[in-house]
Design a protein around this ligand. Structure first.
Ligand code: DAT
Ligand code: MG
Length: 149
């Protein structure tokens, strides 16, 4: 089953949007397998955003993601990576489709509420970067048989 890392970033936490993000992913049919509310260290921030090192927004990005707590989660399901990216919407909120989190709750690119892994391999890498194996729960929902074909 595909897994993906989701963060409700500091702006989402400060704006009390944790519940809405969780609700949208639950309603989509995805299954929660791990969650922790945490303060991100500079070290983790730099590893997480390593691919953006050198870009003009990098320093601001590191300051932002470490500026307040985040809600880190792992969600799984068929095509979980693509499904979650779609539910979040495009990076720039004014380009995100109506009905997506970023369209519905954000205006500016830097304060776009959530992070979601952008590929299957990245999903695995980010899950391993943010969670220990014992923090992930293997379980089945009764309703899975009506969602996962
Ligand atoms: P995403 O979060 O959709 O995966 P990304 O990985 O390209 O987007 O960038 C990570 C975050 O960095 C993004 O959520 C917001 C910020 N960011 C990206 N491009 C930016 C830009 N051109 N100016 C300012 N911030 C930017
Ligand atoms: Mg990204």
């Amino acid at each position: 089953m595909e897994r993906t890392l989701v963060l409700v970033k500091p702006d989402g936490v400060q704006r009390s949007l944790i519940g809405i993000v969780i609700t949208r992913l639950e309603q989509r049919g995805l299954r929660l397998v791990g969650a922790k509310f945490m303060q991100v260290s500079k070290d983790l921030a730099e590893r997480h955003y390593g691919m953006h090192k050198g870009k003009d927004f990098y320093d601001k990005l590191i300051r932002y993601i470490t500026s307040a707590p985040v809600m880190a989660m792992v969600w799984e399901g068929p095509n979980a990576v693509e499904a979650v990216r779609q539910t979040m919407g495009l990076t720039r909120p004014t380009q995100a489709a109506p009905g997506t989190i970023r369209h519905d709750f954000a205006l500016e690119i830097g304060y776009n509420i959530t992070h979601a892994s952008d590929g299957v391999e990245n999903g695995e890498n980010e899950v391993n970067m943010w969670f220990h194996p014992e923090e992930l729960v293997r379980w089945e929902r009764d309703v899975d048989r009506w969602i996962f074909e």
